[in-house]
Ligand binder design. Structure first.
Ligand code: SF4
Length: 415
């Protein structure tokens, strides 16, 4: 029986696409393997959003070269954001790779994947459902629009059908994915939107929770805030990347809002959904970011108090406007120091927010088991660990929180 091996790095979109491919391979009679040497078909799903990720994928591709000199050389394919429209350069650089294909643009030998039902045979209790591919925003630092192309929404019927099928197979939570979920539907004939989609999914039998990411502050609508406030299965959790707290930097990033616009949006959300959990993304060391501008970002984070902050140092990405037009002139040691400042600040804020859950009971969807402990997420996205001997995968259980940290909660079953 032939074997496949998939290696994935990067965002949830990549993970969702790898699940779709796995589903297809299993349908075609392939078995999964965790060792590339045992595989007949190898797929690497790449990310180049940061320099570090790009280095990892390049090392991985190079490490596979030796397999092409074995008695039964595997077929090697590379997808994800490393693959741009002109693959000639990549073919020249990595001649041992048989196929390069852009995310979601399946080559003829994988054409079936386009319409193939996700996820693999054994879906996880919480499963990703892509609703829109690509991005039209062209933030100046971001390579995604160049690699994933323009926005392309999936039809409403297709998404609802898929979620019903997932529910039938035991899935309890769906996470709707897109680089910018707030753009969902503008390119479809009836112009549906994310809020409308949430109302439809909220009544699918068996689905207990619905999440979505990522939002864009300039595009998030009041209709969506109303949907979150009204719908019982839509989780009170929003990922709303701010990227910087200084208007000049935001403008240079091409984000389309000011720090004040962002504050006002957060205030609107919190006034309608008081228990909302907010996370954000920040880039430090964007070209010419001064100390004063950096401190504006720190001030904003201190003021708005997010549950989670994903912080990264700017790294120039080929093709992007920032890479072409701006000098990467913040020294690496300054970027590192700024990263540390935000990580420490956020550690304190998250520790304080989470400590308020001590003694509380939260509902957890159990997603897996690690080192003898079950783990899952609370309704508002907190990672929770607890011990219990029974089989709980896919169940929603009540857990009393006994210990908290900035990153996770621990507790005991309380039923
Ligand atoms: S919104 Fe901006 S950062 Fe997000 S994927 Fe689109 S271009 Fe990239």
């Amino acid at each position: 029986m032939p074997h496949y091996y998939i290696w994935t790095i990067g965002c949830q979109m990549n993970r969702a696409e790898s699940e779709r491919l796995e589903s297809l391979f299993q349908h075609l009679g392939y078995q999964p393997t965790t060792a590339a040497e045992d595989a007949d078909l190898i797929v690497l799903n790449s990310c180049v959003v940061r320099r570090h990720a790009e280095d990892r994928i390049v090392n991985k591709i190079n490490a596979l070269k030796k397999l092409k000199f074995t008695p039964k050389p595997p077929t090697i394919a590379v997808t994800g954001c490393l693959v741009d429209s002109g693959t000639t350069r990549l073919q020249y650089r990595f001649p041992h790779v048989d196929h390069f294909f852009k995310p979601g643009e399946y080559p003829p030998w994988l054409a079936e994947a386009e319409s193939f039902p996700v996820p693999p045979q054994q879906p996880s209790p919480s499963t990703y459902v892509p609703i829109i591919q690509g991005c039209n925003n062209f933030c100046t630092y971001c390579v995604v629009p160049y690699r994933r192309g323009r926005e392309k929404s999936r039809p409403v019927d297709e998404i609802v059908g898929e979620v019903k099928e997932l529910a039938r197979r035991g899935v309890k939570e769906v996470v709707l994915l897109g680089q910018n979920v707030d753009s969902y539907g503008h390119d479809l004939p009836q112009k549906p939107d994310l809020a409308g989609l949430l109302y439809m999914l909220n009544v699918v039998d068996g689905i207990r929770r619905i999440r979505f990411l990522t939002n864009h502050p300039k595009d998030m609508s009041d209709r969506l805030i109303t949907a979150i406030a009204e719908l019982d299965r839509v989780c009170r959790q929003i990922n709303l990347p701010v990227q910087a707290g200084d208007d000049e930097i935001l403008k240079a990033m091409g984000r389309g809002y000011t720090a004040e616009d962002y504050r006002n949006l957060v205030a609107r959300i919190r006034s309608r959904v008081s228990d909302i959990s907010l996370s954000t993304d920040v880039i430090v060391g964007f070209p010419s970011e001064s100390d004063v501008q950096f401190r504006a970002t720190v001030g904003l984070l201190r003021e708005l108090r997010f549950d989670t902050v994903h912080v990264a140092a700017y790294s120039p990405r080929r093709d992007t406007a920032a890479c072409r037009n701006l000098e990467d002139n913040v020294p690496p040691e300054v970027k590192k120091e700024r990263l540390g400042i935000i990580e420490r600040l956020q550690g304190e804020i998250a520790a304080d927010i989470n400590s308020r859950l001590l003694g509380e009971t939260v509902e957890v969807l159990v997603e897996g088991r690690k080192k003898g402990r079950w783990h899952g997420r609370s309704q508002n996205g907190k990672l929770v660990f607890f011990s219990n001997g029974g089989e709980l995968l896919g169940k929603i259980v009540k857990v009393k929180i006994e210990k908290t940290s900035p990153w996770a909660l621990q507790g005991i079953i309380n039923e």
